[in-house]
Ligand binder design. Structure first.
Ligand SMILES: NC(=O)C1=CN([C@@H]2O[C@H](COP(=O)(O)OP(=O)(O)OC[C@H]3O[C@@H](n4cnc5c(N)ncnc54)[C@H](O)[C@@H]3O)[C@@H](O)[C@H]2O)C=CC1
Ligand SMILES: O=C(O)[C@H]1O[C@H](OP(=O)(O)OP(=O)(O)OC[C@H]2O[C@@H](n3ccc(=O)[nH]c3=O)[C@H](O)[C@@H]2O)[C@H](O)[C@@H](O)[C@@H]1O
Length: 445
């Protein structure tokens, strides 16, 4: 089938590449000419495991191309996937400027039936707005025979760092349609991705739009809940990792997404929780539950600073070495990463900061061009550091050479913001480890 995907960011680029991998003819569109230029040469502008290889293969096979020319792409495609950004607006609601501007351009271009698929995360009711925008523009053109079209909601659930795998093997695909005839083509499109029995869940458009916000908000709520449990654990001397196991083994609760840490970040949870709160407010539904989720997350981002101040009330000439700056492992994305608030606060306190991250350093350099010493490997950051602070649980930080760590550092404190280490293991090497929600835990059952 002929598909165009508008927006070539984390979602759009993965969507375009994976559809091409399934044999479709795909055109990726973006307004950013420099991005399109790099993509046309087969260079991925973002780090996502497995993506570069698929990108190369499909460009070479002639199934995938990129352009800034939206009319050209729409003229050649039956499906127009919209995967542009929906950033947080000034009042916390989702900014739909890009989505609606794409809708208008599509309307001005399409000469025959098109399926416009909204993949961007958009508030409930947006597909209706998109359809109105398209019809309005069509009316403006006073066509004698109106061009038929369908607007479909197809929220995306991929996670950064495993985006290709999530798209190629989704747990489920949610599709919201207002015209039952379009369900069949959507099922056909996704069938090759769902060979393992996972379903395409068909529903009405409003429920589909809502499913996306309900899912992200629920996941954010699980994390904030565990961060609250971790605060209790710290006070009473319990271990949040044991509590997680005990709770999560109940299948009604489940183990995933119960990790306490330095707070959730990324381009989606923070903005989607806020947007969902705004949706509630706009229709008179009290969303204080989610306001609390957000408040707990903001507090949690301060965890490292609190621990540093407790151990070093005077921070004169203090040096903190940081491992990891990306908002999670396997990505170069630093949007709303907890590292940004931690580093800002450390610099405001005149603390010396050194940092290593395998993929996110160029992004962090743009945010903190001075004040942070960037190092090319995890051990260089440790020279004369008083504290080692783990903010992102990259695999390469899992089993470091603790003797080397100890010999390079001036101090002995390891702040484990992702609960990757056992205090008793580090004690053997002369290091004291403080985790999240296991601060008082001695390692003795
Ligand atoms: N990043 C993620 O893991 C996920 C994101 N989403 C949602 O998908 C949407 C896109 O997110 P990302 O891919 O992360 O954003 P992104 O910021 O990485 O990419 C958006 C792209 O759209 C382009 N763009 C903006 N306006 C355009 C226009 N008028 N015409 C053509 N291109 C345009 C931008 O230049 C950019 O390359 C958002 O609504 C987000 O909430 C959904 C699931 C996962
Ligand atoms: O809409 C989106 O953009 C996406 O948002 C999240 O995906 P993503 O933000 O890429 O990454 P996650 O793995 O969900 O992690 C988000 C944040 O939560 C943190 N987290 C995650 C899990 C956990 O148990 N504890 C925890 O603190 C991570 O460190 C990270 O900062 C969702 O998991 C995806 O399903 C969704 O498609």
């Amino acid at each position: 089938m002929n598909i165009c995907v508008v927006g070539s960011g984390y979602v759009g680029l993965v969507t375009a590449t994976c559809f091409a991998e399934m044999g479709h003819s795909v055109i990726g569109v973006d307004v950013d000419a420099a991005k399109v230029d790099r993509l046309s040469k087969g260079e991925s502008p973002l780090y996502e495991p497995g993506l570069s290889e698929l990108l190369h293969r499909n460009i070479k096979a002639g199934r995938l191309s990129f352009t800034t020319d939206l009319p050209l792409a729409v003229s050649r495609s039956l499906f127009v996937f919209v995967a542009v950004g929906t950033p947080m607006g000034a009042d916390g609601s989702a900014d739909l400027k890009s989505v609606l501007s794409v809708a208008r351009s599509v309307a001005l271009t399409m000469s025959g039936y098109r399926v416009v698929v909204i993949k961007s995360t958009v508030p409930v009711g947006t597909c209706r707005l998109v359809a109105e925008e398209i019809s309005g523009v069509l009316d403006g053109r006073k066509l004698e025979v109106p061009v038929p079209f369908d607007v479909v909601s197809n929220p995306e659930f991929l996670k950064e760092g495993s985006a290709v795998n999530d798209f190629m093997r989704p747990d489920r695909v949610v599709v919201g349609v207002s015209n039952p005839e379009v369900s069949e083509v959507m099922r056909e499109l996704y069938a090759p991705f769902l060979r393992n029995g996972h379903p395409v869940i068909m529903m009405d458009v409003l429920s589909s739009e809502l499913t996306k916000y309900a899912s992200n908000s629920f996941l954010a709520m699980k994390i904030s809940f565990m961060n609250k449990v971790a605060q209790i654990c710290d006070k009473v001397g319990a271990d949040v990792m044991s509590v997680r196991k005990g709770m999560g083994s109940d299948p009604r609760i489940g183990l995933p997404f119960l990790y306490a840490g330095v707070g959730y970040g990324g381009s989606c949870f923070p903005k989607d929780v806020q947007a969902f709160v705004r949706t509630g407010a706009s229709i008179g539904v009290d969303m204080s539950l989610l306001e609390e989720v957000e408040k707990i997350n903001e507090q949690q981002k301060n965890w490292a600073i609190q621990k540093i101040v407790e151990s070093y009330p005077d921070q004169t000439a203090l040096k903190v070495a940081i491992w990891g700056g990306a908002f999670k492992p396997e990505t170069d994305d630093i949007r709303d990463a907890p590292s940004i608030s931690v580093i800002s606060e450390l610099l405001a306190r005149k603390v010396l900061v050194s940092l290593y991250d395998p993929e996110a350093m160029s992004g962090l350099r743009a945010v903190f061009p001075s004040g942070v010493e960037y190092c090319e490997n995890p051990y260089d950051v440790l020279k004369d550091a008083d504290i080692l602070l783990l903010l992102t649980e990259w695999r390469e930080f899992r089993n470091p050479d603790w003797d080397q760590v100890k010999s390079l550092m001036k101090g002995t404190l390891v702040l484990d913001g992702r609960n990757q280490y056992e205090a008793s293991d580090l004690a053997v090497h002369g290091l004291s480890c403080v985790g999240v929600g296991r601060g008082c835990f001695t390692g003795q059952p």
